[in-house]
Write a protein that binds this ligand. Structure first.
Ligand code: NDP
Length: 421
């Protein structure tokens, strides 16, 4: 029985808060706090209407660390769930440290003025969290999140060695708008317009010493944004073009899956989506540097966010499914093996259950499960952890029970992706 403080009241938070309220044996008291109080109140009222009981709400701007510390001390939660935006990761990690409470998030920190997805800002909190006997769990969404857990599960229970990992993220949802993003448009577009990157070990690189903890003898290879693609036949969705991108879980998996030789990440986009995105880029609307507009400074991407459909409003109109999973290529009992582990999530079913589309659902459910793992002491540790560092088994078991069942499918060993450049 624990008190939790959930920060942020957007699309993902709606799911996290509903799911926590549906698991009262663990989350006995839930406080939802965000910058806009009315959004918290709306979620609170919907949870009550759905028969999941009472939650409390509060207003907070977490950029103000002092006020956040005061709120945490007043509420005294066991865990703060950061379901706001990546820019809030560091102020919230600071506030949790000062207030002496555990921390969880779903996306790594990035500075507002630089679209860089790296753990270099959050990993250095390791000693401070450890010294205070606190846990910070990073990346407890779907990707990062469940994809990392799939990797840890395959590594521990299905393979002796994993050599290659391909993470594949497909969204075949149709919301009927010519252009909209399924989660925060600013965060989403910053991610997609970056150069692609994947990690590969050089065949001539030296082998890691025994019992190494942080061995990185591979190289990051850069590709032009969305320039490398393949068509993959996604179960329950069908063939879709998937583009090579950099995604933050690659950075921690390279560290934590020992013996890895290559890791890549692929995401599907429709031609219509990419045509709109190119036009917006070409006219400067995706820029993140301030420009002068009638005597004011505005950031074009933030303005674009204001005119695009709110992702939280897409829930009721999105039809179709998502499929996110990992293909592993490695060795088991001396033989080559290829295994595909994935989840399929239906937008309409997600909406029926919690009033959000599948992208928010697939992120929010694992955030609740990660919180449950910590609060029930199934996952214990002092310091800063990426999710694949804990035992994947109890988390995988919860996934099925909480609405995100997964499928394992062995692939022929001669299966190869057909890459187009
Ligand atoms: P939204 O933009 O819908 O919601 C963000 C919420 O955070 C809003 O309620 C916003 O308040 C609040 N917020 C922003 N700044 C502050 C602040 N300074 N203080 C308090 N509250 C603040 O985003 P999403 O719900 O789509 O995404 C939430 C998180 O989930 C993001 O970090 C995103 O990167 C992550 N994500 C992770 C995925 C994964 O698989 N790992 C996939 C998808 C998303 P206001 O309403 O006032 O603006």
């Amino acid at each position: 029985m624990s008190t939790v403080l959930i920060i942020g009241a957007g699309g993902v938070s709606r799911v996290v808060t509903h799911k926590c309220a549906m698991n009262r044996d663990v989350f006995s008291r839930i406080v939802l706090a965000s910058r806009t109080l009315s959004k918290c109140e709306q979620i609170r009222d919907d949870i009550k209407k759905a028969g999941h009981g009472e939650i409390e709400v509060a207003q907070i701007d977490v950029e103000n660390v002092k006020e956040t510390v005061a709120l945490i001390k007043k509420i005294q939660p066991k865990l703060v769930l950061n379901i706001a935006l990546p820019y809030q990761d560091l102020p919230l990690m600071d506030a949790c440290l000062e207030a002496g409470v555990n921390y969880l998030d779903t996306a790594n920190y990035e500075p507002l003025d630089e679209a860089k997805f790296e753990y270099k800002w959050q990993w250095p909190y390791q000693d401070r969290y450890k010294n205070k006997g606190l846990t910070a769990l990073l990346g407890s969404g779907f990707d990062p999140g469940v994809t990392n857990v799939f990797c840890a599960f395959a590594n521990k229970y299905r393979f002796d060695e994993i050599h290659n990992i391909d993470i594949l993220d497909a969204n075949a949802g149709d919301h009927g708008h010519p252009f909209a993003t399924n989660f925060n448009p600013e965060v989403n577009i910053r991610e997609i317009t970056q150069k692609g990157r994947y990690w590969e070990k050089s065949p001539t690189a030296p082998q890691p010493p025994k019992d190494y903890t942080d061995w990185d003898n591979g190289e990051w290879k850069e590709t032009e944004p969305l320039s490398v693609k393949q068509t993959f036949d996604f179960p329950e969705i069908g063939p879709k073009k998937a583009y090579l991108m950099f995604h933050e879980e690659e950075e921690s998996l390279v560290r934590n899956i020992k013996g890895l030789k290559r890791i890549r990440f692929w995401m599907t986009f429709s031609d219509q989506y990419l045509t709109h995105l190119r036009v917006l880029e070409n006219v400067g609307m995706t820029r993140i540097d301030p420009v002068d507009y009638e005597g004011h400074k505005i950031i074009p991407l933030q303005f674009l966010k204001a005119v695009l459909p709110d992702p939280a409003s897409l829930g009721g109109r999105t039809k179709g499914k998502t499929n996110i999973g990992c293909i592993f290529d490695g060795i088991k009992d001396g033989k080559r093996k290829k295994l595909y582990i994935y989840n399929v999530c239906d937008h309409e079913k997600a909406f029926e259950e919690v009033g959000s589309q599948a992208i928010s659902y697939t992120t929010g459910v694992p955030a609740m499960i990660g919180a449950k793992m910590l609060l029930t002491n199934q996952w214990k540790g002092e310091g800063v952890f990426n999710i694949e560092q804990f035992d994947p088994a109890p988390f995988m078991e919860e996934l099925g029970k909480q609405g995100l069942p997964w499928v394992e499918k062995e692939l022929p060993v001669d299966f190869e992706m057909k890459i187009e450049k």
